[in-house]
Design a protein around this ligand. Structure first.
Ligand SMILES: Nc1nc2c(ncn2[C@@H]2O[C@H](COP(=O)(O)OP(=O)(O)OP(=O)(O)O)[C@@H](O)[C@H]2O)c(=O)[nH]1
Ligand SMILES: [Mg+2]
Length: 311
């Protein structure tokens, strides 16, 4: 059996191998996606983001327990875009999620940037496809919320959950990162801490400044204590409520997600093609001449386009 067949059969070792190919941006990774793609589209993608240490992994672990209790199988992708040296963090995630190590219906994978910054959102989407093809019903993507890369990652999900923690000024940070706008559900975790209710109120106040058209989903705000599991069952219910609500609009969202991916992939491919077309170091020289005002960026772009598109 080939790798794609073994992935489709749900073989965990094949899934791990497939994910490594994607992480390495191997051509065989793209090949694999081509093979499995017709068999995907079944999994529901849950994105969870928030500031470092908000308790995301603990929350994912608890949520996974709750999901498994109700039946569905789970795939977890823990993405760490912040550091290329994530050995420690990854080990931490593994330990925190060790609860499910013996459950064959839970697959956990940590992903780091491996030095290259771009393309992480693309890789994450592809890994989600692999887990989808392997038969996981729910795929949870955990990522630290700090910048555009993470917003893109969460945008790739069917539902976006933003976690905040009381007493850390997180809400201000979340606003800055533009993460506020992508939340379908806000989770105020560490609700055992002082100031949880105040944080709920301030997020609510912020939401009240926005207008939501009739029939549109208004983000909900839940309190959780990931360490004890308090509020987790409610969170899973709320995810279900959103999923039901989004039946109609969810289609639109999936469409725009596919459009986003296709555009992003085309941009990536076109730039790769440009870099192959130009001589080594030439792109850098053009950049320098734009910087030195020898050529304007529009002219430079037109010239590059013309050369790249020449048959
Ligand atoms: N008091 C309290 N502590 C919590 C709660 N949830 C998580 N923690 C603790 O917060 C710390 C960080 O938890 P993690 O789950 O690693 O947080 P994270 O957001 O995944 O962290 P990174 O992935 O490193 O950004 C751990 O020591 C948890 O035990 C909670 O509800 N209450
Ligand atoms: Mg974590």
């Amino acid at each position: 059996m080939g790798l794609s067949d073994r992935v489709l059969a749900g073989d965990a070792r094949a899934v791990a191998r497939a994910i490594s190919l994607i992480e390495d941006e191997a051509a065989s990774g793209a090949d694999l996606i081509k093979r499995i793609y017709p068999r995907t589209g079944h999994a529901y993608l849950v994105g969870i983001t928030g500031p470092p240490g908000a308790g995301k992994s603990t929350l994912v672990d608890r949520l996974t327990g709750e999901i498994r209790r109700t039946g569905p199988t789970v795939g977890i992708i823990a993405v760490d875009p912040t550091s290329p040296f994530t050995g420690g963090a990854i080990l931490g995630d593994r330990l925190r999620m060790a609860t499910h190590a013996a459950d064959p219906d839970v697959f956990i994978r940590s992903m780091a940037t491996r030095g290259h910054l771009g393309g992480l959102a693309r890789a994450t989407s592809d890994v989600a496809l692999v887990l989808d093809a392997a038969g996981k019903d729910i795929v949870i993507i955990e990522t630290v919320g700090v910048g555009q890369d993470e917003v893109d990652i969460v945008r790739a999900a069917d539902i976006s959950i933003v976690t905040l923690v009381p007493g850390t000024g997180d809400e201000v940070q979340a606003l800055k990162a533009g993460i506020m706008e992508i939340a379908d559900i806000f989770v105020v975790n560490k609700a055992d801490r002082e100031g949880a209710e105040r944080l709920v109120q301030s997020v609510a106040a912020n939401l009240s400044l926005q207008t939501f058209g009739t029939g549109n989903w208004r983000p909900s705000i839940l309190k959780t204590e990931a360490t004890t599991g308090k509020g987790i069952a409610e969170l899973w219910q709320e995810i279900g409520r959103f999923r039901e609500h989004a039946q109609g609009t969810g289609l639109r969202r999936r469409r725009s997600r596919h459009e986003f991916r296709l555009r992003e992939l085309l941009e990536h491919r076109f730039m790769q093609h440009v870099e192959r077309t130009l001589a080594p170091g030439e792109f850098e020289r053009i950049v320098a001449s734009v910087a030195d005002r020898e050529v304007d960026p529009y002219t430079a772009a037109s010239e590059i386009m013309e050369r790249a598109l020449k048959p």
